[in-house]
Design a binder for this molecule. Structure first.
Ligand code: SAH
Ligand code: SF4
Length: 373
């Protein structure tokens, strides 16, 4: 079996080329051909010596994931379903806006965290994606869109690790992918334009701070431990106090940054005035000398049948946002994009051969909205 070069960051590709008896700068050339120009055919790489091209043909390939489906939303959002083998499929979503193009990337086939309100969580977990499978989503999307739109310049300006999976439970594969996104010879994205979103895997947040301090979004969803335990089961392992301390430590490595707290608004569950008050107290408790250190992104819940949960009414979201804003906390409400093609947050389901009996577990631990008690 030959090696997929999408599996390597530049350091990895350099080691691979050195193993072939090639000089380091050849790896840089090759890396640029692959990521900046979207080349997969070694014969296209005309400034590489013929002998190297022949060597590469015997030992390596550059291969994207097979596309199962592509949907284009009326708002321009594009969703791809990629085949990752053995009956598993993952999704990526491209969201065009006036001043940016964002790609939402998956890190796992399924997810083992099992959040109540997340359709990926309900599907259970199959396996981690490799670095190559994470990178293939960006490589394919960037170059397919360039071809389609007839553009030579970069289209994807931001990457968010907010597709299927918990990126920090796939750390070893994640980091080389992030490095390729940031690398000037790769996608050249700035540290603040690449976001890792996590449900709160505390030890890995600490490692990420040291290895590759990209923008961090933390899926908070609840202002106290009992409620968060029911919504994000990982909270039982890493409760709020540990999570908030880890967020503070992260900022020491990411100066002048904010932590973004994501908060999915669930009707009657976490959207009451007392929840907003508790959040304000929580933010203040951990503010230290940092002043404004976080911002909130309220996400109107995107319902799916098995969840048994409902979206908070719009006026409740506005009132909740106003309470946070009045307390001096930067707060935005996320616009829902691509919901006509099930591409909105938490609707990414792909196909997952569950190995964790997630549906059974979910049925046992239902969260009952206040309105139904
Ligand atoms: N596992 C990571 C990243 C993937 S989920 C995490 O949990 O952060 C990306 C974001 O979508 C998270 O903030 C998640 O809480 C949110 N989300 C999940 N299901 C949702 C739903 N049904 N409606 C709205 N947002 C949802
Ligand atoms: Fe996993 Fe994130 Fe979904 Fe929770 S919200 S189940 S961590 S993908």
């Amino acid at each position: 079996m030959t090696t997929n070069l999408l599996d390597f960051d530049l350091a990895g590709l350099t080691a691979f080329c050195e193993g072939l008896g090639e000089k380091r700068f050849r790896a840089t050339q090759l890396f640029r051909w692959i990521h900046q120009r979207g080349a997969a055919d070694f014969d296209q790489m005309t400034d590489l010596a013929k002998s190297l091209r022949e060597k590469l043909k015997g030992k390596a390939h550059v291969t994207a994931l097979p596309v199962i489906t592509e949907h284009v939303s009326s708002d321009g959002t594009v969703k791809w379903l990629f085949d990752v083998g053995d009956g598993n499929a993952v999704e990526s979503v491209f969201i065009p806006e006036d001043d940016r193009g964002t790609l939402c990337v998956s890190s796992q086939a399924g997810c083992a965290v099992g959040c109540r309100f997340c359709s990926t969580g309900h599907q259970g977990f199959s396996r981690n994606l490799t670095t190559g499978e994470i990178m293939a989503q960006l490589w394919f999307a960037e170059h397919a869109l360039r071809k389609r739109l007839g553009r030579e310049e970069r289209i994807i300006s931001n990457v968010v690790m907010m597709g299927m999976g918990e990126p920090l439970q796939n750390y070893t594969a994640l980091v080389p992918a992030l490095r390729t996104m940031l690398d000037d010879h790769g996608y050249g994205l700035s540290r603040r334009r690449v976001t890792v979103s996590t449900s709160g895997v505390v030890p890995m947040m600490d490692r990420l701070a040291q290895d590759c301090a990209v923008a961090l979004a933390v899926s908070l969803h609840a202002p106290n431990d009992p409620l968060r335990n029911g919504l994000v089961p990982l909270n039982k392992k890493y409760p709020l106090d540990e999570l908030m301390q880890s967020c503070r430590r992260y900022l020491e490595f990411a100066p002048r940054d904010f932590i973004t707290f994501e908060y999915c608004m669930l009707d009657g569950v976490n959207d009451q005035p007392e929840h907003a008050q508790q959040l304000i107290a929580l933010v203040r408790e951990y503010a230290g000398n940092g002043g404004a250190w976080c911002k909130f992104n309220l996400i109107p819940f995107n319902p799916f049948p098995a969840s048994g949960l409902l979206r908070s009414p719009a006026n409740r979201v506005t009132e909740f946002a106003k309470m946070l804003l009045d307390a001096g906390i930067v707060t935005t409400v996320r616009k829902t994009r691509g919901d006509d093609i099930d591409a909105a947050c938490g609707q990414l389901a792909g196909d997952v051969k569950d190995r964790t009996k997630a549906a059974e577990r979910m049925a046992k631990n239902r969260v009952i909205p206040l309105a139904q008690v």
